[in-house]
Design a protein around this ligand. Structure first.
Ligand SMILES: *Cc1c(COP(=O)(O)O)cnc(C)c1O
Length: 419
């Protein structure tokens, strides 16, 4: 495969942009390759600067559930652009998207639009703190909630003590307010509540998808719901990946567990920079201008982004068969990867093939994966024009354009792989 132009573009980009990319995973560091620079995308395919046509299983890390450049979404966005790119004043469109979200996501009675998943998670935590008057947050090892200070943490000296920064530039004091628990182990959360009386909220990806995909075991989310309620803390579902993906109503609806606050991103913006956080009315009333929790944004509720979101959600809502197809195609892919002896975790159209023996139900299990073998898998797929995540600890994303032919070709390539 010719990659000459991508190489040159990467070299040029590195002169002006740290590492040549605007988000680190794009640099392909974990798989030791040069990133492909993209020119356009359509349906299930990306087209790079060297003219290669790549079958895409990254889907812009989640948003592209309808496939790239869906004609209806693009058309609506074009019309919106012609009416102005930003007003800094409210529009009816924002109410329409908010209403769609409230109708879709069971726990959400009111919602605030923001511009990134990071912002949604950061804001939901501020609301939880403002509402409860408590300071500490529980998160799970291996879950990702964006790059805000208090969420870039790793385990400190003792299990029940606060965390330490996992990035330079994060103040120790911020990290200490975040306590770490183990995914799929609600006992680890109970232990934190026994040791700390000032926990404002437990934040979780209801299906973990940033350590590779790790589904919640039966009883885990229910356990979190029960413990938080008993201790007067809030439960926050970070559905930035799972929202509108594992089902139209997200993971809360799929697993029938109601959190207090929900963070959305990726799909809800239909490919534009838009995210949201929402929850019970009583809690959301603490947000300014009604309440004391300050949160704002110049481009929040941007009319072009909101239009992409509205159109995307409309299509998903009116075509529930998309979710059946995502489930069926996901299952076929899962079978093919399992047949190669890999450990496959999947929820609908989200899946990860782990290069490890035995089940992966926690971050510790995921870390046992053989990342060198993953890099060989990545290279094999790319060699055959199939673009999967450049890291073992990410998900494969299917879209509505990953139909039978596309999946069959992928299965053939998987079957031919020797690792
Ligand atoms: C992507 C992601 C975020 C952060 O969203 P950005 O838009 O990248 O800031 C937060 N939480 C989860 C679960 C995510 O996957």
């Amino acid at each position: 495969m010719n990659t000459e132009k991508s190489r040159a573009l990467f070299e040029e980009a590195r002169k002006y942009i740290p590492g040549g990319v605007n988000s680190p995973v794009r640099a392909f560091g974990a798989v030791g390759q040069t990133p492909r620079f993209m020119e356009y995308a359509k349906g299930a395919y990306l087209y790079d600067a060297d003219g290669n046509k790549l079958l895409d299983y990254v889907g812009s890390w989640g948003p592209a559930i309808l496939g790239h450049a869906h004609p209806e979404v693009v058309e609506a966005v074009r019309d919106a652009c012609l009416r102005g790119l930003t007003f800094g004043a409210p529009t009816e469109l924002e109410t329409e998207l908010a209403k769609q979200i409230v109708e879709a996501v069971p726990a959400v009675e009111q919602v605030r639009l923001v511009s990134s998943g990071t912002e949604a998670c950061m804001s939901a935590i501020r609301v939880a703190r403002g509402y409860t008057g408590r300071e500490k947050i529980v998160k799970f090892r291996g879950c990702y909630h964006g790059h805000s200070d208090g969420l870039l943490v790793k385990a400190g000296s003792g299990l029940l003590t606060g965390s330490v920064p996992d990035s330079a530039g994060v103040p120790k004091g911020y990290a200490e307010t975040t306590l770490l628990a183990e995914f799929n182990d609600w006992g680890s959360v109970e232990a934190l509540f026994s040791a700390h009386s000032d926990i404002a909220a437990v934040m979780v990806e209801p299906v973990a998808a940033n350590m590779g995909v790790v589904p919640p075991e039966p009883g885990f989310l229910e356990g979190l719901r029960e413990i938080t309620k008993r201790h007067g803390a809030l439960l926050i579902f970070d559905e930035v990946i799972t929202g509108f993906r594992v089902s139209y109503g997200g993971a809360g609806s799929y697993y029938n567990v109601l959190p207090d606050l929900v963070c959305l991103g990726k799909i809800v913006g239909g490919g534009m920079p838009l995210a949201a956080y929402g929850g019970l009315r009583e809690i959301m009333q603490t947000v300014a201008p009604l309440g004391p929790v300050y949160q704002a944004g110049t481009l929040s509720g941007n009319p072009v982004a909101v239009t992409a979101g509205i159109t995307t959600l409309d299509i998903l809502k009116n075509h529930p068969e998309i979710y059946n197809q995502l489930e069926q195609m996901g299952a076929v892919l899962e079978q093919a990867l399992r047949a190669k002896g890999l450990t496959v975790n999947r929820v609908g159209s989200l899946l990860t093939a782990f290069f490890t023996d035995g089940p992966v139900r926690s971050y510790g299990d995921a870390l046992r994966a053989d990342t060198d073998r993953y890099a060989r898998f990545f290279a094999h797929m790319l060699e055959h024009d199939i673009y999967v995540a450049p890291s073992q600890f990410e998900a494969m994303f299917l879209s509505a354009d990953h139909g039978e032919d596309v999946i069959r070709r992928t299965v053939d390539v998987i079957e031919a792989m020797e690792l």
